[in-house]
Design a protein around this ligand. Structure first.
Ligand SMILES: *[C@@H]1O[C@H](CO)[C@@H](O)[C@H](O)[C@H]1NC(C)=O
Ligand SMILES: *[C@@H]1O[C@H](CO)[C@@H](O)[C@H](O)[C@H]1NC(C)=O
Length: 401
């Protein structure tokens, strides 16, 4: 009893101290967001304490909590929903029941979760995919993949690629009544890191008969080579996703090395042999002037110490650093970025790089947007911003897929 009261007391003390963190003036529903953010930060702090005490790892604790929210596949009068596997990759399928004269469009959805968390079974993704299937009268395939820290790069990426390739076979598309010329891959946050990387692989693979028509990236994470872009600086203590937390989780996707996150925090972790990649994240050229503000560009410090992890120079982990000829073949792309998001500049620079090589891009930037808002579209936590993002994404898809 005493211990519980102590925990609750501590929770409130921390909660109150975080709730004073400044929230930009133009953010709507600011009280709600402030409370959500404070609760998330206190919760995160407690999970870190529990990890330090050696009881359970941070990522495992959060995963257990998220698994309490899992849904069963639930069919209704419009959709047949089933959980199955593509080879051995779990997927949830949403198949419209109404007869269709012509093959349908399809959306493959890859959920976010900082490379460590979540599942298509979480209510928020189940709602979103159901909504997509209904609104677009489309077949939706929601993909799960093994996650960090147990499964590091490239396992999660390979899982998504395997599922996508499996789906793109003639016999499978025919089985589900899908039009091979109208397939989109979408994802949010770390999910869209996989989407962008998988799309590059498919479009550049001469063995793949069917290609992707469009990719949709919602506040995407697109590179792991520079942790000090202007958006990382401005949103260091950002709402719902801080720089430290992002670094902790991404690090656990990349390596076991416990010294690595500290080096990433200092932005001194890239090896000398990565020099040629930095022109692809040179924000002094690739960011529109408006976002460069007063930030001063400095050349990256390489090789001090510099980790020789192959993943650090791998385009499958940093789709933003693919060269121009790899980007050229990419399909019509939708990118949504939020102003108050450490990942903002990943998305903004990808817009520039794609447009520079002639890829068509639709870019929606939300001036008062925050990272992860799409997660707040299921009870009891609603944000108007979450619905706005969902509706922008769906209406773009409806017109372009
Ligand atoms: C980045 O761009 C600036 C010009 O704004 C240039 O001076 C610098 O050499 C570039 N650095 C890299 C690594 O591309
Ligand atoms: C671009 O990258 C691909 C794959 O790594 C490579 O085969 C190709 O030679 C590169 N092209 C240029 C122009 O550097």
């Amino acid at each position: 009893m005493g211990f519980k009261a102590l925990c609750l007391g501590l929770f409130f003390v921390f909660f109150l101290s975080y709730i004073h963190a400044p929230i930009p003036d133009n953010v709507e529903e600011s009280w709600k967001i402030m409370a959500l953010d404070a609760a998330a930060k206190v919760f995160s702090l407690m999970a870190m304490c529990i990890e330090k005490m050696g009881i359970i790892k941070y990522e495992e604790l959060i995963s257990i909590i998220l698994s309490l929210d899992y849904t069963q596949p639930h069919s209704d009068e419009y959709l047949t929903v089933t959980d199955t596997a593509f080879i051995d990759i779990p997927v949830r399928l949403y198949l419209p029941k109404r007869k269709s004269e012509i093959p349908r469009r399809a959306v493959i959805y890859v959920h976010g979760g900082a490379f460590c968390f979540g599942s298509f079974k979480n209510r928020v993704f189940d709602y979103l995919n159901r909504w997509t299937a209904n609104k677009l009268d489309a077949v939706v395939v929601s993909v799960d993949y093994r996650k960090a820290p147990q499964h590091k790069f490239p396992v999660p990426f390979e899982d998504v690629l395997t599922a996508v390739k499996f789906f793109l076979q003639d016999k499978i598309l025919t089985k589900y009544g899908v039009d091979p010329t109208r397939i989109c891959i979408s994802g949010d946050s770390s999910g869209s890191a996989f989407v962008a990387a998988v799309t590059q692989q498919i479009q550049n693979d001469p063995e793949m008969k069917h290609k992707i028509k469009t990719q949709a990236l919602i506040y995407p994470s697109l590179q792991i080579i520079d942790s000090y872009l202007p958006s990382f600086r401005e949103n260091e203590h950002g709402i719902l996703l801080t720089r430290d937390l992002a670094i902790k989780l991404v690090s656990s996707y990349l390596t076991e090395d416990e010294t690595f996150p500290q080096a990433v925090k200092r932005n001194q972790y890239m090896p000398l042999e990565s020099k040629h990649l930095f022109k692809f994240v040179n924000w002094s050229i690739l960011l529109p002037e408006k976002y460069r503000k007063d930030h001063v560009y400095t050349e990256p410090i390489l090789g001090s110490p510099g980790y020789s992890l192959p993943v650090l120079t791998d385009v499958r982990a940093s789709p933003l650093v693919a060269n121009d000829s790899q980007l050229q073949n990419l399909p019509l792309t939708y990118i949504l970025t939020c102003e108050y998001d450490i990942l903002r500049d990943d998305g903004l620079m990808f817009v520039s790089r794609l447009r520079n090589v002639g890829v068509q891009v639709t870019h929606d930037h939300i001036e008062n947007g925050i990272h992860g808002a799409l997660l707040y579209t299921v009870p009891p936590l609603y944000l108007r911003l979450g619905f706005r993002i969902r509706d922008m994404y769906i209406s773009w898809l409806d017109k372009n897929l």
